[in-house]
Design a protein around this ligand. Structure first.
Ligand code: AQP
Length: 336
């Protein structure tokens, strides 16, 4: 654990739709900044995605599309290990061990479960309930030091830390206790239609989110129809959550500070602000979308990335699982 050259990072995105600006600004943008200094494991977490019903054909397609989006955002396959979660069976195995050490009360408190179960009452499955344990397994398998995620994942990160500490205390020092890594203003990008809710790729209202892969016209239209308020002043204030969210997005997409943006629109209305913001967002997304479309035409290349990724990820995952099985008293399998 202590003899590693570089610190380790793990993070994942569900192939439950196309990536939103929330996924990008909350997670992927930090991934690209961290890839030079850390040993990074990035996963298309399809096992998490099936906690809500998925069409098999769509899930298959979305998994490779997600990989193309990772690469288009600047995740370098030569520097990072990029893999499909279900290709490394150790995730399911460690999940089970950790399930036996997680209290029902801990899972009952999880707000993501409460939100998602409200949305899908007809599909209240046990996987949705134990989702945070699988997430802990994902992270702990790689002995990750750091987990770059949006702050909607803070509660899940706490559970991962608690489980690592619990296991280490009950048996012996086995897991690195991971830390969450949250970007400042965009740790929670909000819905364009209901700014008190986070932007989510599975929102039934398509105007609520911006997708990295959608056309420039669609993005601009969505920004122009984003819900604001009747104050009419571009101000960074909790009383104007719609405008605050747009300023945060504008700032993160252009690297202009919030103060700079506010002063740029002094005395101007929301129309000018939204118009120029839309242009800036569209221009920042343009190269990502173009690269994404190019990559989709190269399925063999994408396959070679996730094949190599699974091989590399599995080496590390298997080492951790072997230690865990040994600690808990599972006898090793002997080959005849
Ligand atoms: N609105 C957001 N703001 C900041 N970060 C966000 N993330 C998601 N939404 C926002 C971060 O994106 C990463 C991948 O998320 P995920 O796909 O694993 O699951 P999620 O958090 O449930 O994302 P969605 O878009 O809301 O998916 P659905 O609709 O399928 O549930 C995570 O790091 C997350 O923090």
């Amino acid at each position: 654990m202590g003899d590693r050259e570089k610190k380790v990072i793990f993070s994942g995105v569900q192939p439950s739709g196309k990536m939103t600006l929330g996924n990008y600004l909350g997670a992927l943008k930090s991934w690209t900044k961290l890839q030079d200094d850390y040993e990074c494991y990035y996963s298309m977490v399809n096992m998490h995605a099936i906690t809500v019903p998925q069409d098999p054909e769509v899930l298959r397609r979305q998994t490779t599309e997600l990989l193309a989006q990772f690469l288009a955002c600047g995740i370098d396959p030569d520097k990072n290990t990029i893999f499909v979660q279900s290709h490394v069976h150790e995730h399911a195995e460690l999940n089970w061990v950790l399930c036996t050490m997680t209290y029902m009360g801990e899972l009952n408190r999880m707000t993501q479960y409460k939100d998602k179960s409200r949305k899908s009452e007809a599909n209240l499955n046990a996987g949705l309930f134990t989702y945070p344990v699988l997430m802990a397994a994902d992270i702990l398998l790689y002995q990750a030091d750091l987990v770059p995620v949006g702050d909607d994942q803070k509660q899940h990160m706490e559970l991962a830390r608690d489980l690592a500490n619990r296991f280490n205390a009950r048996f012996s020092d086995t897991f690195v206790v991971p830390e969450g890594y949250y970007p400042k203003e965009t740790a929670r990008v909000m819905s364009l239609q209901e700014p008190e809710k986070k932007m989510s790729k599975s929102d039934s209202n398509e105007k609520a989110f911006i997708l990295l892969a959608e056309s420039a016209e669609t993005t601009a239209k969505k920004i122009k129809s984003a819900v604001t308020d009747s104050v009419g002043i571009v101000k960074y204030s909790d009383e104007q959550p719609g405008i605050k969210n747009l300023i945060n997005i504008y700032s993160a997409m252009t690297d202009k500070s919030v103060e700079e943006i506010v002063s740029m629109y002094e005395g101007k209305g929301y129309g000018a602000f939204k118009g120029e913001m839309a242009e800036a967002v569209v221009e920042t997304l343009r190269p990502i979308r173009e690269k994404y479309n190019y990559l989709l035409e190269n399925p063999d290349y994408l396959e070679s990335i996730y094949a190599k990724g699974a091989e590399k990820a599995q080496i590390r995952a298997a080492q951790t699982l072997e230690k865990v099985y040994n600690q808990i008293g599972f006898i090793p399998k002997k080959n005849k």
